[in-house]
Write a protein that binds this ligand. Structure first.
Ligand SMILES: [Zn+2]
Ligand SMILES: [Zn+2]
Length: 245
């Protein structure tokens, strides 16, 4: 019998409840609290400086006069800055897929620690924000998926950066098509007017750190930042695990 990959993995999860989520090697140290083994952890490549001052992606062509990547030179983004620990490729891409679509929420703990290390290494003052805001899911999507993976990540991040968490002050009022199926141009149109603040005082004069798993064009984060700034937010930055090139 040929088992599908996911079935094989599910069986492995039962046999080795403490196996690495990437390479499936058994993790023998009972006190090791992460679901990614140290070998895999060491082999995953960080997004490295110089960073685009807007989207946070590694700048390929270093031009000291312009610290923006080619995409950010062309478009208007409503958030002030973005930070990403990884480029969306290789193992980082696989892990985010597992986190988003395969209920591997235990990865939130790994990602939070990776974000903390990244912030320490590159002096990113994530503790200076007033509020952390996981990107809200539409209520229908939330019912289907049962959890908002960005909120789970934000709760793990609170262990390192004890910021106030906002989970009820913004609603996603339109259940948009998944951005994955759309080309770059359609993504901007698709997210117009999808967010609404439900508490008019929550963000007034506050610096807000939006938490998302992945930034692709930045259209969703930008639309959310626009909504927050319309509600009086002073600054809006975006923290993601990875940025697509
Ligand atoms: Zn491993
Ligand atoms: Zn950029």
């Amino acid at each position: 019998m040929v088992m599908s990959n996911s079935l094989a993995n599910a069986v492995l999860d039962l046999v080795y409840p403490n196996n690495c989520i990437n390479c499936k090697t058994a993790i023998l140290d009972k006190d090791y609290e992460f679901s990614l083994c140290q070998d895999c952890w060491q082999s995953i490549e960080n997004n490295l400086p110089p960073f685009c001052s807007k989207c946070g992606l590694h700048l390929e062509d270093i031009d000291t006069r312009i610290d923006l990547c080619k995409d950010c030179q062309k478009r208007e983004l409503y958030f002030d800055k973005a930070f990403s620990v990884f480029a969306f490729e290789g193992m980082a891409k696989e892990l985010i897929h597992k986190f988003k679509y395969s209920n591997k929420t235990m990865l939130a703990k790994v990602f939070a620690k990776m974000i903390f290390d990244f912030a320490m290494n590159f002096n990113i003052p994530l503790d200076s924000y007033d509020i952390m805001l996981p990107v809200p899911l539409h209520s229908t999507r939330l019912r289907e998926r049962e959890y908002n993976q960005c909120e789970i990540l934000a709760r793990q991040l609170q262990k390192f950066f004890p910021l106030e968490l906002s989970t009820k002050d913004v609603k996603r009022i339109k259940n948009t098509k998944s951005q994955i199926t759309l080309d770059k141009a359609s993504r901007w149109k698709n997210v117009e007017g999808v967010f609404k603040t439900t508490n008019e005082y929550a963000f007034k004069d506050k610096s807000v750190l939006v938490v998302d798993d992945l930034m692709t064009t930045g259209s969703t984060a930008s639309e959310l930042a626009k909504t927050l700034k319309d509600s009086g937010a002073k600054t809006v930055s975006v923290l993601t695990i990875a940025k697509a090139k």
